[in-house]
Design a protein around this ligand. Sequence first.
Ligand code: NAP
Length: 255
Amino acid sequence: MSSLYPIGNRLNGKVALISGGSRGLGESHARAMIAQGAKVVIADILDDVGQALVAELGDATRYIHLDVTKRDEWARAVAFTLKEFGGLNVLINNAGIAHFSAIGEYKPEQWDTMIAINLTGVFNGVDASLEALKKSAPSSIINVSSIAGLRGYSGLVGYNAAKFGVTGLTKSVALDVAQFGVRCNSIHPGVIDTPMTSNVATRRKHVAMERTGRPEELSSLVVYLASDEASFCTGSEFICDGGESAGLAPNAFIG
Ligand code: NAP
């Protein structure tokens, strides 16, 4: 296991299901969680990449095909997790896509796809997993929003709307499920280096830390929220953005 991911026992006994886990942030979360003793089911539409990852990571992982827009595939993924690892106490709704175009150029078909994957996909995941999460409580749902789920960005009309939706959905779910020993929080990354952001402008002078994030910097937050260390945290927004949403950095207008 890479030294990027501290080894320990903070997630011993936890079983996680990560949507969109084949690459990018989901892959990083899988590595970080396994290093802390969790069992992880990686679920994605990127089958070859996910299967190769599971072959590398070994016996604490499994792979299953999952398109988050398909409710029958969610049901299959949850049943598979229960069969392979005997429970499910961490759900990470991570799968997502990005479109970069402004209102007027943004096509209705793009909107429909965006909402189906980035918002309805999260609802589908919570809905399909809830009974299993209750049975395996204490449990944690981690919904991947964005700082675009807290503030507006030009040229991100569908993504902005979907991610704000995830922020709201998280709060409502948290209120409903606390009584069953299930916590539900949203995480809000700034720009982190992954395949999704390979085309995003690298100018970061407006951000306090003046850089993009590394996947493992978000994964350490995910490990915390997945663990029982976060036992009093629910319905909250956890930001990991190098200070981007705090306001404009001193060098924002220079160069
Ligand atoms: P990524 O590298 O593109 O990985 C996302 C994964 O989700 C890919 O394997 C992708 O497969 C998969 N996926 C796409 N549609 C799916 C579907 N319908 N069902 C199941 N899996 C699907 O992106 P990332 O940067 O790791 O992003 C992960 C999450 O973090 C997303 O929700 C994203 O919005 C959020 N986020 C990322 C950043 C960032 O800076 N990276 C910032 C804020 C929030 P394909 O490759 O086949 O599409």
